[in-house]
Write a new protein. Structure first.
Ligand code: FES
Length: 124
């Protein structure tokens, strides 16, 4: 299976790369399959809505594309909805990923959840 046009677009022009200084929450996860790393930063407003989100990754093209995609999906979402974004949701939004690359989309979904957990812990 080839990469979809959407995957290639997000890989070539990733959205929301970089970091947020003093984020509401941040999460870093490693992918045990390949050793790649991903960090997601979020800014959350008083209504628990994600206002800004950025990512940094040492990862493959599929990891970059899925991270870029998940930042576009999650911005403007209440955190409880963002927690429900699954790797399959991200892959669907990208018009599919090759099966051998599905593990790469775990990084984005897991890092987002870790960032939200971090935010919740700081705000309890
Ligand atoms: Fe490591 Fe894709 S090969 S995240």
């Amino acid at each position: 299976m080839e990469y979809s046009d959407k995957v290639m677009d997000h890989f070539a022009n990733p959205r929301n790369t970089g970091r947020i200084e003093n984020p509401s929450g941040q999460g870093t996860v490693g992918n045990p399959t390949c050793g790649d790393l991903m960090t997601i930063y979020i800014d959350v407003d008083d209504n628990d809505v994600i206002q800004d989100i950025k990512f940094e990754t040492f990862g493959c093209g599929a990891a970059i594309a899925t991270s870029s995609m998940i930042t576009e999906m999650a911005v403007g979402m209440p955190i409880e909805d963002a927690l429900k974004i699954s790797r399959n949701d991200v892959a669907d939004e990208l018009d599919g990923l090759p099966p051998v690359k599905m593990h790469c989309s775990n990084l984005a979904a897991d890092a987002l959840r870790a960032a939200i957990d971090d935010y919740k812990q700081k705000n309890q």
